[in-house]
Ligand binder design. Structure first.
Ligand code: F6R
Length: 364
């Protein structure tokens, strides 16, 4: 049941801390505080590249994974949505690792892309919530997200569990490639182990998120902006808003705004910015200043360190818990998913069963 929550989505949003913790328990040895992967029939230390594919939210998790694998493990990564990947016939570097991401393990396009990779001779690693699924059966190795059943059509906890697995996978590959020493691993593992309690702190911002939702609910179009690993979080926020509130939303890499979407900006198109403190903060802030100068209404998700500088320009600033920069996309995700949920409540839509959507898309 819904355990007293109004919707499965609300219940599942509140399961973020638990699910992140359960997933970490499976991947981190508490004694050594190191990531431990299950036996795999291929050697992650020597893969020349990774090619990631998935659909919808799972694809956005993959985009975060690309930022991590490239930056931390220095592993070249290709990524595309599965509906494109399966027909692109890309030249695949022999020995590349095919990484598939799916909650259901049954999504038709992702499964077809998996089989394409397999036919090309690639080793297949799938990140799945349904560990007994078609994708599980066709994979060489599976990393499970320990999210439990997800009933709400809109994905929430499965997405943060996918990010948690990708973060651990990044740490393990980085170590094997000689890109992360023991101190470096300890720092990143500590950041991950800190997450369940920091994720729970996000719920203390419910009133502020509801206030932000009251602005978003009045809009016909909403722009989401982010840079670096906060860009796929913006994409996830925009998708979730479209799905359950039926408000048109688009996410752009903040630096792309001046190449087109800036012409949309006026008082009627609120901008939701995902902008954690860190190396890209100033860059994103200057994009937001440009938007503000054109009459844009800024609604920002940052953290305690970014709060003051953002609240100088934004109509509303939410300071999410400050965490290690590595794991900010996981905390920011909870914020944008809650914003979509609160907006849908105000719109009175069918949150758990949005029109035209199915939980598992088993046809192309
Ligand atoms: C978004 C959503 C969809 C799924 C997509 C992939 O909230 O639920 O975009 O993420 O259909 O589904 P799986 O992960 O089952 O392959």
């Amino acid at each position: 049941g819904k355990d007293g929550y109004r919707h499965y989505m609300e219940k599942e949003l509140h399961e973020h801390p638990l699910v992140i913790g359960q997933t970490l328990q499976r991947m981190i040895d508490p004694a050594t505080r190191r990531v431990v992967l299950p036996e795999m029939p291929f050697d992650l230390a020597t893969i020349p590249r990774a090619v990631i594919t998935a659909c919808g939210s799972a694809f956005y998790a993959g985009v975060v994974g690309r930022y991590w694998l490239e930056e931390i493990a220095r592993l070249p990564v290709d990524i595309d949505v599965a509906s494109e990947m399966r027909y692109r016939n890309p030249p695949l570097t022999p020995g590349s690792l095919g990484i598939l991401i799916s909650q259901s393990g049954e999504t038709a396009d992702t499964l077809a892309a998996l089989r394409g990779f397999k036919n090309a001779g690639l080793p297949i690693l799938s990140i799945l919530n349904a560990e007994h699924s078609s994708m599980a059966r066709d994979s060489d190795a599976v990393l499970g997200t320990v999210a439990g059943p997800e009933i709400s059509v809109a994905s929430t906890k499965a997405f943060t569990a996918q990010l948690t697995v990708l973060a651990c996978l990044t740490i393990a590959i980085a170590r094997m490639r000689g890109e992360l020493d023991a101190d470096g691993e300890e720092e990143l593992v500590s950041a991950l182990l800190d997450l369940p309690s920091r994720a729970a702190d996000v719920f203390t911002h419910g009133d502020a998120i509801r206030q932000m939702a009251s602005v978003v609910a009045e809009a016909r179009d909403v722009l989401y902006l982010g840079r670096g690993s906060a860009y796929p979080v913006a994409m996830e926020g925009a998708l979730k808003l479209k799905e359950i509130s039926y408000i048109h939303a688009e996410a752009y890499a903040a630096g792309e705004m001046k190449h087109g979407p800036i012409s949309l900006i006026d008082r009627t198109v609120p901008i939701v910015a995902t902008v954690p403190s860190g190396v890209l903060f100033d860059k994103t802030l200057s994009n937001l200043q440009e938007a503000k100068a054109r009459g844009g209404r800024l609604l920002a998700f940052t953290d305690e360190v970014g709060r003051d500088r953002l609240s100088a320009i934004a109509e509303q600033t939410i300071a999410l818990p400050k965490v290690h920069p590595f794991v900010t996309p996981i905390i920011q995700t909870i914020g944008v998913q809650m914003l979509a949920y609160e907006t849908a409540l105000l719109k009175g839509t069918d949150v758990d069963q949005p029109r035209n959507l199915a939980k598992s898309v088993t046809v192309e």
